[in-house]
Structure formats: C-alpha cells, structure tokens
Write a protein that binds this ligand. Structure first.
Ligand code: TCH
Length: 324
C-alpha cells in the first residue's frame, strides 16, 4: 500500500509513503538533462528536463516510483492491481508508452500539469515489461504542480484523466470511489464537537480529538485516503522549509504501516520502507526509512542537472542514533 499527497505552503511539497513487503532496489536518482531517455516504441528523448526521485536503475534506466522535475512537476505511481490494464499494442497515431516509461517521459517533456494532461491525451499505455525479471507493475498515477493534481488510470474502459481536487492518492478502488467516499466524512472536525446528539442533557466529550470520532485508523487504501486528506486539510504549520518538511512527514506517519500490522495474502509483513517529501519548487528530495528516522536531503542543483550519467544516492536504511 502506498500513499501520496501534495502540500502547498510557499513551495509545493509532494509526500509519499512506500509501503511494500520487500525492497525494489530503490535509491534516490537524479536523471540529468542530457541523459538520453529511450522508450520501446515512442523514440528517444536525447535531452529533457532534469528530474530527481526514488528509482531502481536496472539497465541504467531510471525506473522511478515517484519523482519531480526541475520545473516543479511531480508524479508518483501507486499500486492498482486488478484495475490497471495495458493495451497489447498502441493504436496508430498514438504515443505508445510502457508503464515504467510514463514518469520519465512526462517529467522529461512537460513543464506544467496542463502540458502533461495534453500529452496524456495522446498516450496509450502498452503491456511491455522493462525486461526479464521485472514484471509489468499494475499502477495508477498522481501528477501535481502548483496549479493542482490529476489522477491517471488506464483500465479496460480506456484511459481516464481525473482532476484531483484533494491532492491525495492511495490504491484501489479507482479514483471515483475515493472522490465519493469523502462525502461520508463531512461531519468530522478538528475542533471539539458540540452536543448535537442530545442537547437537553449537558454532555461534553471525554477529551481532545473527539471532533474526528470515526476517522478511520486502519491501513486500508480507502481509510488512508481519508486520514491523509483530513490531516492535510487541517494542518497547522510554520512557513519555513524545516517546518513544512516535518509536517509532510508527520502526515505520512499518520498513515504509515507498522511492521506486523498488515500481512499480505502471501503471509509477508508489509511496512513503510521509506517516506519522502519532495520540495518540487526547489527540486529537493527528503526521505527517511523504516529504521532510520534521520531525514536525508538531496538537492537537484543546476550542476547536478548538467551531468552526463545517472546520479545514484544509495538508500540510508540503517539506524542512525545521535549519541550524547
Ligand atoms: C510496489 C510499488 C507500489 C507500492 C504500492 O502501492 N503498494 C500497495 C500495495 S496494495 O495494492 O495496496 O496491496 C510500485 C510503485 C512503482 C513500482 C516500480 C516502478 O513502476 C518502476 C519499475 C517498473 C517495472 O516494471 C517493475 C519494477 C519497478 C521498479 C516497479 C516496482 C513496483 O511495482 C513499484 C515500486
């Protein structure tokens, strides 16, 4: 399970939890502007916008789970099993992209969400895996810039591009379910409840937090969507960078998976392998991992964007205690 959301405060911040029972060979990866990005059927982007995100780099290709480009456009792929559907082949006149190509291609080509939407209208997602040992990932995507967010889902009914006014995405069911489900939680509030239940009797809540009684706390996709949206909407946070990064990571903590609390059908414990916060406006990637709560910061500087090779920053997985 995974959760992604946006948070705007001066800069645009993009947060994501990677919930998975194993690692996917992930590292923070900068793809510089002149690193050629090839696609199986839609040609090569010899030069493009530089980007930073978490990726596997098998075959020297940046297989991103989430990333942001130097223009402030960001994107994450989240599991969408049973609903994601890819075409056996692209239709004539369309841009055929494999699912793993979508993030580098769009972030490489588009400066804004509006441009990405226009390009998406020409795209067919095709069932072409990256290579042996790397199966097709059944995904849907959230794309965001300072103007808002979109969700992209390709199902057997074709590709749908939804406006996402919440700036939140989790996993199944398809986005229209989450959009409707929000309506069930309208009475929830961050403030103490008034006694609307039995006004003739003087009644007060037990203590703090009672205004959100019924806010889901389980780890299901529908529940994480609601809890993330609630925390994001009611967030109170300072204006400075450290406060914003800390706040985004706290919202992610509120829906993070504690090892053992979620077990996959195969019997493996799921966990939040990493939580990241991208300052998309400044091109900075912050993350922490399950056993290492120290936040690592990696900037996509102009010099790094000029390089000729992928820059790979291995994940800091080991505990890092401050000894005093
Ligand atoms: C498993 C990840 C999504 C996590 C998630 O949403 N879990 C939810 C579980 S559930 O539905 O709620 O049960 C996805 C997100 C991005 C995916 C990766 C990216 O798509 C890039 C490549 C694509 C290759 O085809 C497979 C390896 C891979 C490196 C993918 C591995 C894996 O499928 C990733 C890491």
């Amino acid at each position: 399970m995974c959760t992604a959301f946006t948070f705007q405060k001066g800069s645009l911040y993009f947060g994501r939890n990677m919930d998975l029972e194993c690692h996917f060979g992930e590292a923070v990866v900068i793809t510089p502007r002149n690193y050629p990005l090839s696609t199986k059927q839609a040609g090569v982007l010899p030069s493009h916008y530089a980007m930073i995100g978490m990726a596997n780099t098998t075959g020297n290709y940046p297989l991103y789970a989430e990333a942001a480009n130097e223009k402030g456009l960001c994107m994450a792929g989240l599991n969408f099993p049973g609903n994601a559907w890819y075409r056996p082949e692209g239709r004539p006149g369309r841009r055929a992209l494999a699912p793993y190509e979508l993030i580098p291609y769009l972030l490489g080509s588009c400066a804004t969400l509006a441009q990405a939407r226009q390009m998406l209208e020409t795209v067919d997602l095709i069932a072409v895996p990256f290579g042996p040992g790397l199966p097709l990932a059944p995904l849907h995507w959230i794309l965001s810039d300072a103007s808002g967010s979109l969700v992209v889902e390709q199902t057997e009914e074709g590709m749908q591009i939804y406006d996402n006014p919440f700036g939140v995405l989790t996993n199944n069911p398809p986005f229209p379910f989450h959009r409707e489900n929000v309506r069930q939680y309208l009475p929830l509030s961050a403030c103490p409840p008034r006694n609307n239940f039995c006004p003739p009797v003087e009644l007060t809540p037990f203590g703090q937090g009672a205004g959100a009684w019924g806010l889901p706390g389980d780890f299901s996709s529908a529940s994480r969507f609601i809890k993330t949206l609630f925390c994001k909407t009611h967030s109170v946070c300072g204006e400075d960078e450290a406060s914003c990064v800390s706040q985004v990571l706290h919202v992610l903590d509120a829906v993070a998976m504690v090892r053992g609390a979620v077990v996959t059908p195969e019997g493996a414990p799921d966990q939040t392998n990493y939580s990241c916060c991208i300052n998309a406006t400044e091109g900075v990637y912050y993350y922490k991992t399950y056993d290492n709560s120290r936040v690592t910061r990696i900037a996509l500087t102009p010099e790094r964007g000029q390089g000729l090779e992928l820059m790979v920053f291995p994940l800091r997985k080991d505990a890092d205690f401050l000894e005093e």
